[in-house]
Design a protein around this ligand. Structure first.
Ligand code: LLP
Length: 415
Protein backbone atom coordinates (compact mmCIF):
# COMPACT_ATOMS: atom_id res chain seq x y z
CA UNK A 1 0.00 0.00 0.00
CA UNK A 2 1.38 3.45 -0.83
CA UNK A 3 2.00 6.08 1.80
CA UNK A 4 -1.18 7.97 1.02
CA UNK A 5 -3.37 5.17 2.37
CA UNK A 6 -3.53 4.34 6.02
CA UNK A 7 -5.91 2.88 8.60
CA UNK A 8 -7.44 4.83 11.43
CA UNK A 9 -9.61 2.97 13.93
CA UNK A 10 -9.76 0.06 11.51
CA UNK A 11 -11.06 2.19 8.62
CA UNK A 12 -9.08 2.87 5.45
CA UNK A 13 -8.31 6.51 4.69
CA UNK A 14 -6.85 8.39 1.74
CA UNK A 15 -4.68 11.28 2.88
CA UNK A 16 -6.65 12.20 6.01
CA UNK A 17 -10.11 11.31 4.73
CA UNK A 18 -11.96 8.05 5.55
CA UNK A 19 -13.15 6.26 2.41
CA UNK A 20 -16.47 5.63 4.17
CA UNK A 21 -17.06 9.38 4.17
CA UNK A 22 -16.38 9.53 0.43
CA UNK A 23 -18.73 6.62 -0.28
CA UNK A 24 -21.41 8.27 1.85
CA UNK A 25 -21.05 11.56 0.01
CA UNK A 26 -20.59 10.42 -3.60
CA UNK A 27 -21.85 6.85 -3.67
CA UNK A 28 -20.10 3.86 -5.25
CA UNK A 29 -18.44 2.87 -7.47
CA UNK A 30 -16.21 5.92 -7.24
CA UNK A 31 -12.72 6.76 -8.48
CA UNK A 32 -10.66 8.29 -5.71
CA UNK A 33 -7.34 10.05 -6.38
CA UNK A 34 -4.90 11.67 -4.01
CA UNK A 35 -3.57 15.12 -4.88
CA UNK A 36 -0.52 14.57 -2.66
CA UNK A 37 0.30 11.33 -4.45
CA UNK A 38 -0.11 12.90 -7.90
CA UNK A 39 2.13 15.82 -6.99
CA UNK A 40 4.70 13.60 -5.28
CA UNK A 41 4.96 11.39 -8.36
CA UNK A 42 5.53 14.37 -10.63
CA UNK A 43 8.07 15.93 -8.24
CA UNK A 44 9.99 12.66 -8.14
CA UNK A 45 10.52 12.86 -11.90
CA UNK A 46 11.28 16.55 -11.74
CA UNK A 47 13.87 16.17 -8.99
CA UNK A 48 15.57 13.27 -10.73
CA UNK A 49 15.84 15.48 -13.86
CA UNK A 50 17.48 18.38 -12.03
CA UNK A 51 20.49 19.77 -13.87
CA UNK A 52 19.44 18.34 -17.23
CA UNK A 53 17.41 19.96 -19.95
CA UNK A 54 14.26 17.82 -19.90
CA UNK A 55 10.52 17.94 -20.46
CA UNK A 56 8.19 15.53 -18.69
CA UNK A 57 5.30 14.95 -21.08
CA UNK A 58 2.54 13.22 -19.13
CA UNK A 59 0.90 10.50 -21.28
CA UNK A 60 -2.69 11.73 -21.20
CA UNK A 61 -4.18 8.34 -22.07
CA UNK A 62 -3.33 7.03 -18.60
CA UNK A 63 -5.88 9.33 -17.01
CA UNK A 64 -7.31 12.28 -18.86
CA UNK A 65 -9.47 13.92 -16.20
CA UNK A 66 -9.20 17.70 -16.65
CA UNK A 67 -8.36 18.30 -12.99
CA UNK A 68 -5.39 15.94 -13.22
CA UNK A 69 -4.18 17.51 -16.48
CA UNK A 70 -4.56 20.95 -14.93
CA UNK A 71 -2.62 19.88 -11.84
CA UNK A 72 0.28 18.63 -13.97
CA UNK A 73 0.12 21.71 -16.20
CA UNK A 74 0.44 23.89 -13.11
CA UNK A 75 3.51 21.89 -12.09
CA UNK A 76 5.05 22.68 -15.48
CA UNK A 77 4.43 19.38 -17.26
CA UNK A 78 4.22 18.85 -20.98
CA UNK A 79 1.86 16.26 -22.46
CA UNK A 80 1.99 13.26 -24.76
CA UNK A 81 -1.25 12.99 -26.72
CA UNK A 82 -2.56 10.44 -29.20
CA UNK A 83 -5.71 12.06 -30.55
CA UNK A 84 -7.51 15.30 -31.31
CA UNK A 85 -9.65 14.54 -28.28
CA UNK A 86 -6.63 14.48 -26.01
CA UNK A 87 -5.33 17.68 -27.63
CA UNK A 88 -8.62 19.42 -26.84
CA UNK A 89 -8.53 18.13 -23.26
CA UNK A 90 -4.99 19.38 -22.65
CA UNK A 91 -5.78 22.81 -24.07
CA UNK A 92 -9.03 23.00 -22.06
CA UNK A 93 -7.05 22.06 -18.94
CA UNK A 94 -4.63 24.96 -19.46
CA UNK A 95 -1.76 22.85 -20.83
CA UNK A 96 0.82 24.71 -22.94
CA UNK A 97 0.61 23.80 -26.63
CA UNK A 98 4.35 24.25 -27.08
CA UNK A 99 4.93 21.41 -24.59
CA UNK A 100 2.76 18.84 -26.40
CA UNK A 101 4.07 15.87 -28.36
CA UNK A 102 1.65 13.99 -30.58
CA UNK A 103 2.18 10.20 -30.83
CA UNK A 104 0.15 7.48 -32.54
CA UNK A 105 0.08 5.54 -35.78
CA UNK A 106 -3.19 6.87 -37.19
CA UNK A 107 -3.25 10.66 -37.02
CA UNK A 108 -6.06 12.02 -39.20
CA UNK A 109 -5.91 15.20 -41.30
CA UNK A 110 -8.30 16.91 -38.93
CA UNK A 111 -6.11 16.03 -35.96
CA UNK A 112 -2.98 17.25 -37.76
CA UNK A 113 -4.64 20.56 -38.62
CA UNK A 114 -5.76 21.11 -35.04
CA UNK A 115 -2.31 20.29 -33.65
CA UNK A 116 -0.53 22.50 -36.20
CA UNK A 117 -2.90 25.38 -35.50
CA UNK A 118 -2.35 24.97 -31.76
CA UNK A 119 1.44 25.10 -32.27
CA UNK A 120 2.53 21.85 -30.63
CA UNK A 121 6.14 20.99 -29.85
CA UNK A 122 6.43 17.90 -32.04
CA UNK A 123 4.68 15.26 -34.13
CA UNK A 124 6.10 11.81 -33.44
CA UNK A 125 5.74 10.43 -36.96
CA UNK A 126 5.31 6.67 -37.25
CA UNK A 127 5.34 6.00 -41.01
CA UNK A 128 6.21 7.39 -44.45
CA UNK A 129 2.59 7.95 -45.51
CA UNK A 130 2.01 9.83 -42.26
CA UNK A 131 5.00 12.08 -43.02
CA UNK A 132 3.64 12.73 -46.51
CA UNK A 133 0.20 13.58 -45.18
CA UNK A 134 1.60 15.86 -42.50
CA UNK A 135 3.70 17.71 -45.04
CA UNK A 136 0.67 18.19 -47.28
CA UNK A 137 -1.59 19.38 -44.44
CA UNK A 138 1.08 21.80 -43.18
CA UNK A 139 1.50 23.15 -46.70
CA UNK A 140 -2.28 23.61 -47.06
CA UNK A 141 -2.47 25.83 -44.02
CA UNK A 142 0.89 27.52 -44.43
CA UNK A 143 2.46 26.22 -41.21
CA UNK A 144 5.59 24.19 -40.53
CA UNK A 145 5.38 20.83 -38.76
CA UNK A 146 8.05 19.99 -36.17
CA UNK A 147 8.82 16.29 -36.52
CA UNK A 148 10.50 13.37 -34.78
CA UNK A 149 10.56 9.94 -36.34
CA UNK A 150 9.49 7.18 -33.96
CA UNK A 151 11.97 4.38 -34.36
CA UNK A 152 11.20 0.82 -33.42
CA UNK A 153 14.33 -0.54 -31.77
CA UNK A 154 13.24 -4.20 -31.90
CA UNK A 155 13.70 -4.68 -28.19
CA UNK A 156 11.76 -7.04 -25.97
CA UNK A 157 10.40 -5.01 -23.06
CA UNK A 158 9.36 -8.23 -21.28
CA UNK A 159 5.89 -7.03 -20.48
CA UNK A 160 2.37 -8.20 -21.33
CA UNK A 161 2.25 -8.76 -25.14
CA UNK A 162 -0.72 -6.37 -25.46
CA UNK A 163 1.37 -3.51 -24.10
CA UNK A 164 4.74 -4.24 -25.73
CA UNK A 165 5.41 -1.81 -28.57
CA UNK A 166 9.12 -1.98 -29.35
CA UNK A 167 9.33 -5.21 -31.35
CA UNK A 168 9.49 -5.32 -35.14
CA UNK A 169 6.25 -7.26 -35.16
CA UNK A 170 4.43 -4.35 -33.46
CA UNK A 171 2.64 -1.67 -35.46
CA UNK A 172 4.57 1.18 -33.85
CA UNK A 173 7.32 3.32 -35.37
CA UNK A 174 9.65 2.44 -38.24
CA UNK A 175 12.66 0.11 -38.33
CA UNK A 176 16.18 1.56 -38.42
CA UNK A 177 16.67 0.69 -42.08
CA UNK A 178 13.62 2.76 -43.00
CA UNK A 179 14.36 5.56 -40.56
CA UNK A 180 17.37 7.11 -42.30
CA UNK A 181 15.68 7.46 -45.70
CA UNK A 182 12.65 8.85 -43.89
CA UNK A 183 14.76 11.51 -42.17
CA UNK A 184 16.34 12.36 -45.54
CA UNK A 185 12.91 12.70 -47.05
CA UNK A 186 11.71 14.87 -44.14
CA UNK A 187 14.65 17.22 -44.70
CA UNK A 188 13.55 17.78 -48.28
CA UNK A 189 9.99 18.72 -47.31
CA UNK A 190 9.69 22.51 -47.08
CA UNK A 191 6.90 22.49 -44.49
CA UNK A 192 8.56 19.93 -42.22
CA UNK A 193 11.24 20.71 -39.65
CA UNK A 194 13.18 17.77 -38.21
CA UNK A 195 13.58 18.32 -34.47
CA UNK A 196 14.06 14.96 -32.81
CA UNK A 197 13.92 11.23 -32.55
CA UNK A 198 11.39 9.23 -30.55
CA UNK A 199 11.25 5.77 -29.02
CA UNK A 200 8.70 4.04 -26.77
CA UNK A 201 9.09 0.31 -26.18
CA UNK A 202 6.07 -0.60 -24.08
CA UNK A 203 4.35 -0.21 -20.77
CA UNK A 204 4.58 -1.60 -17.21
CA UNK A 205 8.28 -2.35 -17.73
CA UNK A 206 9.89 -3.34 -14.45
CA UNK A 207 13.55 -3.59 -15.48
CA UNK A 208 15.86 -0.77 -16.52
CA UNK A 209 17.83 -2.83 -19.08
CA UNK A 210 15.29 -2.65 -21.93
CA UNK A 211 15.21 1.16 -21.59
CA UNK A 212 19.02 1.26 -21.69
CA UNK A 213 19.12 -1.02 -24.71
CA UNK A 214 16.63 1.23 -26.51
CA UNK A 215 18.63 4.32 -25.57
CA UNK A 216 21.81 2.72 -26.90
CA UNK A 217 20.18 2.12 -30.24
CA UNK A 218 18.77 5.65 -30.32
CA UNK A 219 22.18 7.17 -29.55
CA UNK A 220 23.84 5.04 -32.18
CA UNK A 221 21.27 6.22 -34.68
CA UNK A 222 21.54 9.87 -33.56
CA UNK A 223 25.28 9.62 -34.33
CA UNK A 224 24.51 8.33 -37.80
CA UNK A 225 22.12 11.24 -38.31
CA UNK A 226 24.73 13.65 -36.98
CA UNK A 227 27.30 12.31 -39.40
CA UNK A 228 24.92 12.99 -42.27
CA UNK A 229 24.37 16.54 -41.04
CA UNK A 230 21.03 16.03 -39.29
CA UNK A 231 21.19 17.77 -35.89
CA UNK A 232 18.48 16.88 -33.39
CA UNK A 233 17.07 19.28 -30.80
CA UNK A 234 15.68 16.56 -28.58
CA UNK A 235 15.55 12.84 -27.87
CA UNK A 236 12.13 11.56 -26.75
CA UNK A 237 12.65 8.40 -24.70
CA UNK A 238 8.95 7.62 -24.28
CA UNK A 239 7.23 6.27 -21.19
CA UNK A 240 6.70 2.77 -19.92
CA UNK A 241 8.17 2.70 -16.43
CA UNK A 242 6.26 0.12 -14.39
CA UNK A 243 4.79 0.43 -10.93
CA UNK A 244 4.15 -2.04 -8.12
CA UNK A 245 0.69 -3.59 -8.33
CA UNK A 246 1.42 -6.69 -6.30
CA UNK A 247 5.02 -7.72 -5.68
CA UNK A 248 6.81 -6.35 -8.73
CA UNK A 249 10.19 -4.77 -8.05
CA UNK A 250 9.67 -1.71 -10.20
CA UNK A 251 12.75 0.51 -10.39
CA UNK A 252 12.62 3.77 -8.46
CA UNK A 253 12.13 6.76 -10.77
CA UNK A 254 15.42 8.21 -9.52
CA UNK A 255 17.35 5.01 -10.41
CA UNK A 256 15.71 4.70 -13.80
CA UNK A 257 16.53 8.29 -14.71
CA UNK A 258 20.01 8.22 -13.19
CA UNK A 259 20.90 5.17 -15.31
CA UNK A 260 19.56 6.80 -18.47
CA UNK A 261 21.37 10.07 -17.78
CA UNK A 262 24.58 8.24 -17.08
CA UNK A 263 24.27 6.41 -20.41
CA UNK A 264 23.74 9.80 -22.06
CA UNK A 265 27.03 11.01 -20.61
CA UNK A 266 28.07 14.41 -21.82
CA UNK A 267 25.50 14.72 -24.57
CA UNK A 268 23.68 17.94 -23.88
CA UNK A 269 20.63 17.36 -25.98
CA UNK A 270 17.18 18.01 -24.49
CA UNK A 271 15.48 14.82 -23.25
CA UNK A 272 11.73 14.23 -23.31
CA UNK A 273 9.94 11.56 -21.28
CA UNK A 274 6.35 10.38 -21.67
CA UNK A 275 5.41 8.75 -18.36
CA UNK A 276 1.78 7.84 -17.79
CA UNK A 277 1.32 5.04 -15.28
CA UNK A 278 4.30 6.08 -13.13
CA UNK A 279 2.65 9.47 -12.50
CA UNK A 280 -0.92 8.42 -11.78
CA UNK A 281 -1.13 4.64 -11.26
CA UNK A 282 -0.56 4.51 -7.53
CA UNK A 283 -2.34 7.81 -6.92
CA UNK A 284 -5.80 6.39 -7.57
CA UNK A 285 -8.17 3.64 -6.54
CA UNK A 286 -11.63 2.39 -7.35
CA UNK A 287 -14.00 2.29 -4.40
CA UNK A 288 -16.76 -0.27 -4.68
CA UNK A 289 -19.42 -1.86 -2.48
CA UNK A 290 -20.30 -5.54 -2.12
CA UNK A 291 -23.88 -6.03 -3.29
CA UNK A 292 -24.09 -9.77 -2.64
CA UNK A 293 -22.00 -12.54 -1.19
CA UNK A 294 -22.87 -15.59 -3.24
CA UNK A 295 -21.48 -18.88 -2.04
CA UNK A 296 -21.32 -21.78 -4.48
CA UNK A 297 -20.17 -25.41 -4.54
CA UNK A 298 -16.95 -24.61 -6.40
CA UNK A 299 -16.45 -20.89 -6.01
CA UNK A 300 -17.53 -18.05 -3.80
CA UNK A 301 -18.44 -14.77 -5.45
CA UNK A 302 -18.39 -11.31 -3.98
CA UNK A 303 -20.58 -9.40 -6.43
CA UNK A 304 -19.62 -5.73 -6.28
CA UNK A 305 -21.10 -2.62 -7.89
CA UNK A 306 -18.00 -1.93 -10.02
CA UNK A 307 -17.36 -4.03 -13.12
CA UNK A 308 -15.15 -4.66 -16.13
CA UNK A 309 -16.69 -1.66 -17.87
CA UNK A 310 -15.22 0.50 -15.09
CA UNK A 311 -11.86 -1.24 -14.62
CA UNK A 312 -11.06 -3.30 -17.70
CA UNK A 313 -7.48 -4.27 -16.83
CA UNK A 314 -8.18 -7.56 -15.01
CA UNK A 315 -10.45 -8.79 -17.84
CA UNK A 316 -8.16 -7.61 -20.64
CA UNK A 317 -4.71 -8.44 -19.29
CA UNK A 318 -5.49 -10.54 -16.24
CA UNK A 319 -3.95 -7.61 -14.43
CA UNK A 320 -3.71 -7.69 -10.66
CA UNK A 321 -5.07 -4.95 -8.42
CA UNK A 322 -4.84 -5.32 -4.65
CA UNK A 323 -8.32 -5.51 -3.14
CA UNK A 324 -8.54 -4.16 0.39
CA UNK A 325 -11.61 -4.10 2.64
CA UNK A 326 -12.21 -0.56 3.85
CA UNK A 327 -13.23 -1.80 7.31
CA UNK A 328 -11.56 -4.64 9.14
CA UNK A 329 -13.95 -7.45 10.10
CA UNK A 330 -13.55 -10.31 12.52
CA UNK A 331 -15.57 -12.67 10.30
CA UNK A 332 -13.96 -15.71 8.71
CA UNK A 333 -11.53 -15.11 5.84
CA UNK A 334 -12.81 -16.82 2.67
CA UNK A 335 -11.53 -16.94 -0.92
CA UNK A 336 -13.79 -14.74 -3.01
CA UNK A 337 -13.88 -14.09 -6.74
CA UNK A 338 -14.62 -10.37 -6.79
CA UNK A 339 -16.91 -9.94 -9.77
CA UNK A 340 -19.13 -7.24 -11.27
CA UNK A 341 -22.72 -7.34 -12.49
CA UNK A 342 -21.81 -7.32 -16.22
CA UNK A 343 -22.94 -10.28 -18.32
CA UNK A 344 -19.52 -11.67 -19.25
CA UNK A 345 -17.50 -14.37 -17.54
CA UNK A 346 -14.44 -12.11 -17.94
CA UNK A 347 -16.13 -9.62 -15.64
CA UNK A 348 -13.87 -10.10 -12.65
CA UNK A 349 -11.78 -7.63 -10.71
CA UNK A 350 -9.85 -10.22 -8.72
CA UNK A 351 -9.93 -14.02 -8.44
CA UNK A 352 -9.69 -16.13 -5.29
CA UNK A 353 -8.92 -13.29 -2.96
CA UNK A 354 -8.85 -14.21 0.73
CA UNK A 355 -11.06 -11.53 2.30
CA UNK A 356 -12.88 -11.19 5.61
CA UNK A 357 -15.97 -9.33 4.42
CA UNK A 358 -19.72 -8.99 4.85
CA UNK A 359 -22.41 -8.03 2.38
CA UNK A 360 -22.58 -4.23 2.05
CA UNK A 361 -18.88 -3.73 2.83
CA UNK A 362 -16.72 -1.33 0.89
CA UNK A 363 -13.66 -2.56 -1.01
CA UNK A 364 -10.80 -0.50 -2.39
CA UNK A 365 -9.19 -1.64 -5.64
CA UNK A 366 -5.74 -0.12 -5.40
CA UNK A 367 -3.29 1.17 -8.02
CA UNK A 368 -6.15 2.02 -10.35
CA UNK A 369 -5.21 5.61 -11.17
CA UNK A 370 -3.76 4.68 -14.58
CA UNK A 371 -5.78 3.14 -17.42
CA UNK A 372 -8.81 2.82 -15.14
CA UNK A 373 -11.36 5.52 -15.87
CA UNK A 374 -9.64 6.30 -19.19
CA UNK A 375 -10.38 2.77 -20.50
CA UNK A 376 -13.88 2.54 -19.05
CA UNK A 377 -17.04 2.19 -21.13
CA UNK A 378 -20.80 2.28 -20.74
CA UNK A 379 -21.24 -1.41 -21.54
CA UNK A 380 -24.52 -2.77 -20.13
CA UNK A 381 -25.74 0.86 -20.06
CA UNK A 382 -23.82 1.48 -16.90
CA UNK A 383 -23.21 5.16 -16.11
CA UNK A 384 -19.56 5.77 -15.33
CA UNK A 385 -18.63 6.48 -11.70
CA UNK A 386 -17.83 9.84 -10.16
CA UNK A 387 -14.19 10.89 -9.86
CA UNK A 388 -12.98 12.70 -6.76
CA UNK A 389 -9.61 14.05 -5.66
CA UNK A 390 -8.74 14.03 -1.98
CA UNK A 391 -6.66 17.00 -0.87
CA UNK A 392 -5.73 16.67 2.79
CA UNK A 393 -9.00 16.62 4.71
CA UNK A 394 -10.97 17.99 1.73
CA UNK A 395 -12.45 16.14 -1.20
CA UNK A 396 -13.26 17.64 -4.61
CA UNK A 397 -15.69 16.18 -7.07
CA UNK A 398 -13.85 16.48 -10.42
CA UNK A 399 -16.37 14.54 -12.52
CA UNK A 400 -19.89 13.76 -11.35
CA UNK A 401 -21.34 10.31 -11.79
CA UNK A 402 -22.99 10.00 -15.21
CA UNK A 403 -26.78 9.87 -15.29
CA UNK A 404 -28.50 7.04 -17.13
CA UNK A 405 -30.44 9.61 -19.20
CA UNK A 406 -27.21 11.20 -20.42
CA UNK A 407 -26.14 7.87 -21.87
CA UNK A 408 -28.89 7.89 -24.49
CA UNK A 409 -29.76 11.60 -24.61
CA UNK A 410 -28.34 12.04 -28.12
CA UNK A 411 -29.89 8.90 -29.61
CA UNK A 412 -32.82 9.22 -32.05
CA UNK A 413 -35.76 7.09 -33.26
CA UNK A 414 -36.07 6.30 -36.96
CA UNK A 415 -38.57 8.58 -38.73
N1 LLP B 1 4.09 7.09 -24.86
C1 LLP B 1 3.48 6.33 -25.78
C2 LLP B 1 3.77 6.55 -27.20
C3 LLP B 1 2.57 5.34 -25.38
O1 LLP B 1 1.97 4.57 -26.29
C4 LLP B 1 2.32 5.13 -24.00
C5 LLP B 1 1.38 4.11 -23.54
C6 LLP B 1 2.98 5.97 -23.08
C7 LLP B 1 3.86 6.93 -23.54
C8 LLP B 1 2.77 5.84 -21.60
O2 LLP B 1 3.16 4.61 -21.12
P1 LLP B 1 3.21 4.35 -19.55
O3 LLP B 1 4.26 5.27 -18.98
O4 LLP B 1 1.88 4.67 -18.98
O5 LLP B 1 3.55 2.94 -19.45
N2 LLP B 1 -3.79 0.03 -21.15
C9 LLP B 1 -2.55 -0.58 -20.74
C10 LLP B 1 -1.36 0.33 -21.02
C11 LLP B 1 -1.27 0.78 -22.45
C12 LLP B 1 -0.15 1.74 -22.70
C13 LLP B 1 -0.27 2.38 -24.03
N3 LLP B 1 0.75 3.33 -24.34
C14 LLP B 1 -2.65 -0.96 -19.27
O6 LLP B 1 -3.71 -0.76 -18.67
O7 LLP B 1 -1.70 -1.51 -18.71
Amino acid sequence: MSLTYFREDGALCVESLPLETIAGQYGTPCWVYSRAALEAAYREFEQACAGRETLICYAVKANSNLAILNLFARLGAGFDIVSGGELARVLAAGGAAHKIVFSGVGKTETEMRAALAAGILCFNVESEPELERLSRVADDIGLTAPVSIRVNPDIDAKTHPYIATGLSENKFGVGYEEALPLYRKALRLPRVRVVGIDVHIGSQITAIEPFLAALDRVLEFADVLDATGIRLEHLDLGGGLGIRYRDEEAPAVSDYLARLFSALGERRVKILFEPGRALVGNAGMLLTRIEYLKRGPVKNFAVVDAAMNDLLRPALYRAWHDIVPVRRRTVERVDWDVVGPVCESADFLGLERPLAVEQGDLLALLSAGAYGMSMSSNYNSRPRPAEVIVDGAAVHLVRPRESVESLFASERFLP
